[in-house]
Design a protein around this ligand. Structure first.
Ligand code: ADP
Length: 425
């Protein structure tokens, strides 16, 4: 296997001492904050346990096919920091290529010793024990111990100790590398999220003003010009309103996600909110001959909440129910008090949602039909907005549906809203 020249069995007490030390290092692995001091303690352990003069770790850079000193005793750090060790003509290079441990009892007779490092660090290497650093089956570096003291030679036990310490070194450094990568990815995602929020905030702001003007002037013209121009002006108003809804949905969902959204709490009647929203949709329902019914019982269903936001959630549910129900169908909105909550349901006997899509309908931009083939407008934001509005009240929303039979969207609003989520303006 490797060029081992000596095997001296250790006495049992010495063996136990070595094992205890390695075990302690292995135990410490899970508690370390930074890898550098830990790797330094591995170097010290390598020196002591293999009875060497010094130890070092070299990382292999596959791109430039060279090794670099990654960890050396502090007194060699400055000298060796910039030294590149070639793969050919070095003991470390041999280990990288062969993926095996290497013992050189006397470097003066071995061409694999890289003398330049000795010259630069003012050190005189006599013997070398080098083991590969394996990570996911690849050799990523080499752990070396130099100059067995007391005139002896490196043994099988020394190799095993070095291999164990090497795997601890890999675990420590690769963990840190992964943590750093995760941190960088988090930061990149946070930055992208910030850019997206800025983009949505700026775009919604810039679109809101011209859209308001288009709607205002179109409504004015509709009144002034009279019936002859109703068709064109109604089309302008309808489409501008659609655009306004999209802008509002985008900014609503983003405000919620970025934590900017706030509740404007008042004592409200959920029954009244439902009646108002349903009334606003009666015309659209009538156009499709859909029976839009409301049943809130005789109770006012009073609670502390933001009527506008609950209204937005309900509007989106009723709008969907009307959109995805065929002409002549039925949409029922019900509300009742259940212990601790107000429970509101919007039921339809429309097209329904396939069970495989049901868990995803509240995701942003999710639509059951592909956007290329879909017959209905919308951006897949209505339910995400509804969910945001309900969750801001510490409520819960869910959907049940049977494809081809209809859907039932239900939300619960707690009667006592915890202060942490209910921020007054
Ligand atoms: P959009 O505004 O594009 O409709 P939503 O977030 O409101 O987006 O809804 C997401 C998708 O969920 C819709 O595209 C539709 O496929 C499905 N969906 C929502 N409500 C219903 C419903 N009542 N019946 C059938 N499908 C629905």
């Amino acid at each position: 296997m490797y060029n081992l020249t000596a095997t001296y069995p250790l006495n049992p007490s010495k063996m136990k001492e070595r094992l205890d030390r390695v075990l302690e290092l292995a135990r410490n692995l899970s508690t370390i904050q930074e890898s550098e001091p830990y790797v330094q303690s591995l170097l010290s352990a390598a020196v002591e346990l293999t009875e060497s003069e010094t130890a070092s770790i070299l990382n292999y850079d596959a791109e430039i096919q060279e090794l670099r000193f990654a960890a050396v005793p502090w007194y060699h750090r400055d000298a060796l920091k910039l030294v590149g060790v070639p793969v050919e003509g070095s003991a470390a290079g041999w280990v990288i290529q062969e993926k095996l441990p290497l013992v050189i009892a006397d470097v003066s007779h071995d061409s694999r010793h890289f003398v330049a490092a000795d010259r630069i660090s003012d050190f005189h290497t006599r013997s070398i024990l080098a083991v590969p650093l394996f990570y996911k089956g690849k050799v990523i570096g080499v752990f070396e111990a130099l100059n067995k003291t007391g005139g002896g030679e490196y043994t099988d036990d020394d190799v095993v100790i070095m291999e164990t310490l090497a795997s601890l070194a890999v675990a420590a450094t690769q963990n840190e590398l992964l943590e750093r990568r995760i941190q960088t990815s988090y930061e990149e995602v946070a930055e992208l999220d910030r850019l997206k929020s800025d983009f949505i905030a700026i775009t919604s702001h810039e679109l809101r003003t011209p859209l308001g003007l288009i709607l205002g002037h179109a409504t004015f013209l509709r009144e002034v010009l009279g019936e002859a121009h109703y068709e064109q002006l109604d089309s302008i108003i309808r489409n501008a309103t659609k655009l306004k809804d999209i802008v509002e949905n985008l900014s609503n969902v983003d405000n919620y996600q970025s934590g900017v959204a706030r509740l404007r709490q008042n004592r409200i009647s959920v029954s009244q909110v439902i009646q108002d929203v349903a009334t606003a949709f009666q015309e659209i329902a009538a156009e499709k001959a859909i029976d839009l019914k409301v049943n809130t019982g005789s109770n006012d269903l009073l609670m502390e909440g933001d009527g506008t936001k609950i209204g937005i959630a309900l509007s989106n549910l009723i709008k969907n129910a009307l959109t995805f129900t065929n002409n002549g169908g039925q949409v029922h909105v019900t509300a009742e008090a259940v212990p601790g909550y107000v429970k509101v349901s919007v039921m339809d006997n429309g097209v329904g949602i396939p069970s495989s899509d049901l868990p995803r309908v509240f995701e942003r931009f999710f639509q059951v039909e592909s956007h290329l083939t879909r017959r209905h407008g919308g951006m897949g934001l209505g339910l995400a907005v509804a969910k945001a509005m309900i969750e801001m009240h510490s409520g819960r929303i869910w959907a049940e549906s049977v494809e081809g039979k209809g859907s039932n969207f239900t939300f619960l609003l707690p009667l006592d809203v915890p202060q942490s989520t209910a921020v007054s303006p």
